[in-house]
Write a protein that binds this ligand. Structure first.
Ligand code: ZN
Ligand code: ZN
Length: 189
């Protein structure tokens, strides 16, 4: 219940911030834009335009075109209410107001993104002295292989090893036979 209240507070707060932003920039305050913001803040984790579009289509009261979605995302990025991530070749978005600092592990094989928290890393980065630079926020991406892909890779390696051993074993046999044949030839002479 406590978490729910907190979430509702955040959703109200971002609405207010978005209103301030739209007013200041003289953008129209359309119900679609607020519906998109609200949808984003009801989500956990990352999304892309397609997954957000599908969600809006399924659950929102408004039919929102991809163009509206895209334009609203640009406004939300500019208003610092959403961040964009570039995970390898994929662009993904995430709400960012009042969120716990987290880092990302990205599998270079299947593209899976996992969030993690590390207090030590956070302290180190936030307390780093940067020359003539005021830090506002940061992203940390750690690239590698997820457990599934590591398992697949190990399976593939042992399969390759097995077939390599088989191939070596066969040529070994052939080699032996060849030697035996030579010997036979010699003895015939
Ligand atoms: Zn993977
Ligand atoms: Zn994230």
């Amino acid at each position: 219940m406590v978490d729910n209240t907190r979430e509702m507070e955040v959703r109200e707060k971002v609405k207010q911030l978005f209103t301030e932003y739209l007013t200041k920039r003289k953008h129209r305050k359309t119900p679609e834009r607020y519906a998109i913001l609200d949808m984003i803040y009801s989500l956990d984790g990352h999304f892309n335009i397609e997954s957000l579009y599908t969600l809006m289509e399924e659950t929102a009261k408004f039919r929102v075109s991809r163009a509206t979605l895209y334009n609203t995302l640009i406004l939300l990025l500019d208003a610092h209410l959403v961040v964009k991530h570039q995970f390898g070749t994929m662009s993904q978005y995430e709400k960012c107001y009042d969120q716990v600092t987290h880092h990302h592990m990205i599998c270079t094989q299947c593209g899976k993104v996992t969030e993690f928290q590390n207090a030590q890393l956070q302290t180190d980065i936030e307390s780093a002295k940067l020359s003539r630079f005021k830090q506002t926020h940061y992203s940390l991406y750690v690239y590698g292989l997820c457990s599934k892909c590591q398992w697949k890779q190990n399976m593939e390696l042992s399969r390759l090893r097995r077939s390599a051993n088989k191939a070596l074993g066969n040529s070994g046999e052939k080699g032996k036979k060849a030697v035996v044949n030579k010997r036979k030839q010699k003895s015939i002479k």
